[in-house]
Design a protein around this ligand. Sequence first.
Ligand SMILES: Nc1nc2c(ncn2[C@@H]2O[C@H](COP(=O)(O)OP(=O)(O)OP(=O)(O)O)[C@@H](O)[C@H]2O)c(=O)[nH]1
Ligand SMILES: [Mg+2]
Length: 235
Amino acid sequence: MFNHWIKKIVIVGTTGSGKTSFLKLLPGVFKGSEVQRKVSVEEKVDDTFTPLESDQFQNSTTTIGINTKSVLFLTSRSNVFTVHELRSNGGLPYSQEEIDSLYPVVVFDTAGQERFKFMQEIGLKGAHGVIIFADGSNMSSIEKVADYLLMVQEEEQRVGRRIPTVVFINKKDLESKGLFIGKDAVRRWLPDPSIKLYETTIYDFDSFMLPLREFLHELDGFPLDINSFTALNYA
Ligand SMILES: Nc1nc2c(ncn2[C@@H]2O[C@H](COP(=O)(O)OP(=O)(O)OP(=O)(O)O)[C@@H](O)[C@H]2O)c(=O)[nH]1
Ligand SMILES: [Mg+2]
């Protein structure tokens, strides 16, 4: 089932930037391919992430495929933005009178390791929007943002339309430890000064909500009107 009113959102970014951690925070059924992360001394620095505590690496997983989740973002009549599980058999989280507009999406979280670059390219195909994750505590992760922007540009040329793209500089919680490279510094590394940058952390889910709202609003065909959605959903 991939209805035309469901948008495909793709997350790319270096390994350890927090893509899967973010996907897991969203409500709904996590469909994925995670394995235990293994430390290898020979591994290139940019092929892994910098664990802050020794057990952080041991307990960490890495993606070896593409994880997905189907979610429904919505704004209420009182202009509150929330996220819910998207069920294929309908069933809205609020009554029709309470809902203003809807953003049904499938989020694709790709494997960030260098050796899986082909999977990011596959994942990006047909994307309606892209979120680039960077580990804000890791300069080599930030440097890669420009490469991902190029990958998106190639897909834009292939499909002949613009693909709204945002950058999440993740791990903002590390700012208090002096380890976080903020968005002003990151901007200097990017070829396009107009690209939208946001600072996020998985320890504060709200840090994702305003960025997501602004991002989803940019996608063609969004937001859906509640009446058209229910008509489609129950047709
Ligand atoms: N301090 C901090 N750690 C984070 C944050 N987000 C993720 N992490 C940690 O970073 C590690 C890697 O997170 P993942 O979500 O697996 O990273 P990923 O981008 O999916 O990595 P790949 O699947 O290998 O591409 C985990 O140990 C997380 O706990 C954050 O906002 N702050
Ligand atoms: Mg992952």
